[in-house]
Structure formats: C-alpha cells, structure tokens
Design a protein around this ligand. Structure first.
Ligand code: TMP
Length: 235
C-alpha cells in the first residue's frame, strides 16, 4: 500500500477489476495532448491493440452534459451566474464518477488500453493550484470517485502558458476556463510540474514545444516499451 498525501491507495481496490492499461494525458490549455492521444490511439489500433479513447470531463452521456455546464461560455448579453470553485469541483468529480463506473472500469476489466484526455491530476492542478482549494482534500475526493484507481502512466505535456493560450486563442472552441487569467494558468502549469516531481514513477513530462511528429514518436516508443514490459496482450 502506498500513501498519496493523506490518502491510502491499496492494491486491493485498484486490482479488483483491472486487466487492461490506463494511460492519461495531462497539460495546460493548448499543450497538444488531445492530438497526441488521438495519434497514439491510431498507432495502437494498427498494432492490433484494443483501445478506448475517452476524455474528462465527459466520456458518458451524463458526464458530457456536466462538461457542457462546466465549460460553456455564457453570451455577453446574458448575466452570468459565476460557478464557485466548490461547485466547479463537485461537477468534475460527479462527471468522473459516472465515467469510472460506466466506461473506464468496464474497459479495463475487458483488458483494453484506455487513453484518457485528462483525469484526476487535472483536478489537483486546476481546482487545487489554479483555484487554490485544499489539495489534500481534493485527493480524498478523487479517491472517493475513482474507487482508488490511479493511471498506470501519465504523459504531461508542458509548455509556457503564453504559447498554449496563443494556440487556444486561434481555436474556435475556447471554453470558460481558457478565458481565465494568465496568473491562473501559470499556477495550473506549476501544479502539474509539482505533481510530476512528486509522482515521477508515473508522470512523464513531454516537451510540448517539439514538433507533433517528434512528440508522437517519443510517446509511441515510451508506451510500447511499457506495454512489452507489462506483457500486455493484443485482444
Ligand atoms: P479540454 O478537454 O479542452 O482540455 O477542456 C477541459 C477543461 O476542463 C480544461 O479547461 C480543464 C478543465 N478541468 C478541470 O478544471 N478539472 C478537471 O478535473 C478536469 C478533468 C478538467
């Protein structure tokens, strides 16, 4: 059993239904994680692995509705009811609970490789470091909704916030959190990097400034080595 902050994560709870591999992609806005998750999924399928591509918040019909509530931009001519940090946290956790039970755990129990675009590290980085909520309390909440499941491996895409936000500004899909202050996004980036230091056995930092092809090759090499070491079979 190992200790994460004040939360004990026991092997019994994690291995209960688990046969597959759980890989997460994390990073600030515009870090390129979504593109890389899609590229890796295509490569793994071509190699014969069975893959579930999913995302947070989201991944089930109910969780996608929560995502809309969480990320929608209210038109400027409508008075916006500001979401409190606590409400924001409750929404991401509610979505995660649905996602765990209805998508992630069933796929892992079938032996699939689950590629998830964001997961519980995002809650610690955004709501903990970004919104300045208590990180240990968030770890306890995460443990509650994940049923004690940590990713096997996490790729953290890192680059300066100015570059990430400039990429997002060019996109049509800017969400409510994209519009937060530079200071907020800098705290989120710092939070992710602190988590990578604390969990260096699980989180691999990828330089998001490299070319997309270079990054795709790097993560393919790391992940296929990981699969061979774990003797993960093709279904
Ligand atoms: P993205 O999927 O385009 O990255 O957008 C998801 C947004 O949701 C992003 O701004 C980060 C935010 N988020 C949180 O604030 N907390 C969380 O726990 C998760 C999973 C996402």
């Amino acid at each position: 059993m190992r200790k994460t902050g004040n939360v004990r994560i026991g092997p019994a709870s994690q291995s209960r239904t688990r046969k597959g591999v759980f890989l997460t992609f994390e990073g600030i806005e515009g870090s390129g994680k979504t593109t890389q998750s899609q590229r890796l999924a295509t490569t793994l399928r071509a190699m014969g692995y069975s893959v579930l591509e999913t995302r947070e918040p989201g991944g089930t019909p109910v969780a996608e509705r929560i995502r809309t509530l969480l990320l929608e931009n209210v038109p400027k001519n409508r008075k916006q009811e500001i979401l409190t940090p606590e409400c924001e946290t409750a929404l991401v956790l509610a979505a995660r609970s649905q996602h765990m039970t209805h998508q992630i755990l069933p796929a892992l129990s079938k032996g699939m490789i689950v590629l998830c675009d964001r997961f519980s590290d995002s809650t610690l980085a955004y709501q903990g470091f970004g919104r300045k909520l208590d990180v240990e309390l968030l770890q306890t909440f995460n443990h509650f909704v994940t049923q004690g499941l940590d990713p096997d491996l996490t790729f953290l895409f890192d680059l300066p916030t100015t570059q990430g936000l400039a990429r997002r500004a060019r996109s049509k899909h800017q969400n409510r959190l994209d519009r937060e202050t530079q200071a907020f996004h800098r705290r989120v980036r710092r939070g992710f990097l602190d988590l990578a230091t604390e969990h260096s056995e699980r989180i691999i930092v990828i330089n998001g400034r490299n070319s997309s092809d270079h990054i795709a090759l790097t993560i393919e090499n790391i992940f296929t080595t990981f699969l061979r070491a774990k003797r993960v079979s093709k279904l």
